[in-house]
Design a binder for this molecule. Structure first.
Ligand SMILES: O=C(O)CCC(=O)C(=O)O
Length: 223
C-alpha cells in the first residue's frame, strides 16, 4: 500500500520515467519485482552466456521461418514493423490483431531454450512467438498479452538475443511513470501474476540502432 501511494503521487509527473540500470542487477533467483503493484516482472540478465547467445542469435536468424505479416489496426491492414514466427505443440494456434498463426514444429534449438527456462523458473510452456527486429526502425506498439487463449493470469517467459533494446511498461489505468529496461543479449524477462491485466508493454523505435535483435516469448495456450 505504501508503494502504491508513492507511485500514485508520481502521477503528477507523467513525463518522469522510472529507469532501471539492468547492467547492475545480479543474476539470482531472488530477483526484485520491477512492478510496484498489480503484477510481477522479474529480469535475469545473462540468463544465457554471451557466447551461447551469439551463436543462438545467428542460428535463429538462419533456421527460423521468418515471415513478414500484416495485422489489422482500426479496420486497416498494415505490415508489422518486424518479422515474426509462431512455434508450438501441435494444435496450438494463436490469434492476435486479426492474424491467426498455425504452429511450426519446434526446432531442437527452441526446445533447448524452452527447457532451460522451464527448469529455472518452474513454469511450462507449449508455444512461442518469435519477433525479429531487423534494426532500430523495427518496433512493437503498446499492448498486453491478454488474449483469451492465454488464460486468466498468463506467465510469459521472454528471452532476447542480439542488440539490447528498450522495453517499456506502463500501467493501463493509473498515471504512473513508465518503467524502462534495456533487455540485453541472453536476458530473460519473466512476466507473471496479474501483469497482463494491468500493464501494457512496448518496444519503441530507436533509429540509431543498426543491429538486429530476436525476442522469443514463451507462452501457454489454454485450449
Ligand atoms: O520484443 C520484446 O521484448 C517484446 C515482445 C512482445 O511484447 C510480445 O511478443 O508480445
Amino acid at each position: 500500500m505504501f508503494l502504491k501511494n508513492v507511485f500514485l503521487t508520481l502521477k503528477f509527473f507523467p513525463s518522469f520515467i522510472l529507469s532501471y540500470n539492468t547492467n547492475k542487477m545480479k543474476n539470482t533467483t531472488n530477483q526484485e519485482n520491477l512492478l510496484p503493484y498489480d503484477g510481477q516482472v522479474f529480469y535475469y540478465p545473462g540468463f544465457f552466456s554471451e557466447e551461447e547467445s551469439s551463436s543462438l542469435f545467428t542460428n535463429l536468424i538462419n533456421q527460423i521461418e521468418w515471415r513478414h505479416e500484416p495485422i489489422k489496426m482500426f479496420g486497416k491492414e498494415i505490415m508489422q514493423p518486424r518479422l515474426t514466427a509462431w512455434y508450438g505443440d501441435e494444435g496450438m494456434s494463436y490469434k492476435y490483431s486479426g492474424v491467426t498463426m498455425e504452429p511450426l514444429e519446434w526446432t531442437p534449438e527452441l526446445i533447448r531454450i524452452k527447457k532451460r527456462i522451464e527448469t529455472e523458473t518452474g513454469h511450462q510452456f507449449n508455444s512461442a512467438l518469435l519477433n525479429y527486429y531487423r534494426d532500430g526502425k523495427d518496433s512493437m506498439g503498446w499492448h498486453r498479452d491478454n488474449e483469451i487463449s492465454l488464460g486468466i493470469n498468463p506467465v510469459i517467459g521472454s528471452v532476447s538475443f542480439g542488440s539490447p533494446r528498450t522495453f517499456l511498461l506502463k500501467h493501463a489505468v493509473d498515471k504512473l511513470p513508465n518503467i524502462k529496461l534495456a533487455l540485453g543479449n541472453g536476458s530473460l524477462l519473466l512476466m507473471k501474476g496479474t501483469t497482463q491485466n494491468h500493464w501494457l508493454h512496448s518496444i519503441p523505435k530507436e533509429p540509431k540502432i543498426s543491429e538486429g535483435r530476436i525476442n522469443i516469448t514463451f507462452r501457454t495456450i489454454i485450449k
